[in-house]
Design a protein around this ligand. Structure first.
Ligand SMILES: [Zn+2]
Length: 117
């Protein structure tokens, strides 16, 4: 399923848990170029995240940068299994919570979609 999504030209990036990426790197056969679009990312323990490219003629849409070259199965992936990531040191001070995102923080087109303006 991940390979099929990554092979779709409309898909720019797929975020998954690092364990999923590791399994894909281990199991992928033949053309492995699609692995470049599949990247581990924080918070993707219970879902995969498919980021689509901008539709044609969408002036306000900002596309993703091209994925880094390579399959992303080497040192970049191994970092996710390092002690630094698996057993982080506790913060000395608790992090301040981020302020909630409001409609005013989003591009104006989002207000139109949400019916807020
Ligand atoms: Zn996500």
């Amino acid at each position: 399923m991940v390979r099929a999504a990554a092979a779709d030209p409309q898909v720019e990036r797929i975020f998954v848990n690092a364990a999923i990426k590791k399994a894909l790197c281990r199991e992928a056969q033949g053309d492995r170029s699609w692995l470049a679009k599949v990247r581990p990312y924080w918070g993707h323990d219970y879902h995969m995240h498919v980021r689509l490219g901008c539709p044609n003629g969408s002036a306000e849409c900002k596309g993703q940068e091209r994925p880094e070259s390579g399959e992303g199965c080497g040192a970049e992936l191994e970092w996710w299994f390092s002690d630094e990531v698996l057993h982080p040191k506790p913060d000395t001070e608790p992090a301040k919570p981020k302020p909630p995102m409001t409609l005013a923080d989003l591009p104006p087109a989002c207000a139109t979609v949400l019916g807020g303006k």
